[in-house]
Write a new protein. Sequence first.
Length: 214
Amino acid sequence: MLAAGALAMVVGLAGCAAKVKQEDFNNEMAKLRQEMQAGDQAVATRVDSTNQAVAEQRARVDALEQELQAFRSEYTVSIEKVRGQLKFNVPVHFDFASSELREADRPVLDRFASVVTEYYPGALVTVEGFADPSGSAAYNMQLGMRRAQAVQEYIATSGGLGADKLKAVSYGEARNRQVVPGAEGPGDEGIENRRVALVIDHAAVATDEVALGD
């Protein structure tokens, strides 16, 4: 199905993190458009409604491309492809030993929620919580969970996402997940490691697919 190919390419497109060159990002979009054009030719003899569906899918991909570009630029967000999921590394950080969501970090979560609502309405969103290595591993695992739950609650209440589509997990002070290995508080030191990441699991999304030929 064209839709399946298009969705796969969108994931590849979104996998271009902020550190990837713009040229590489544009190349991914060129591949996507080529696939869509090939699909258009394959269904050229079908009814007008099918052609309309193809056009709508293309417009949706264009809109998602623009949204992701703006999201990355406005909030310095990186987007990674992780085992068929989209992982958003957002600039949401926490004060030392705190799980209270800072006021300045709320706008990026609002923007993230709007992207999910518009383009991935059936997706499962996982909030990953992290801590810097100060303190015991057990304490930091609990602290990471409290941070993930704080963001989960905010997105559910202010972002309008259903609670059944959100879950929280903690990686605590896991060294392989630290942004700055070994950096820790108190104070502002190690704040890069006191964070959350947001993962969209869109594998079960059915509402975004346009079935051609079924």
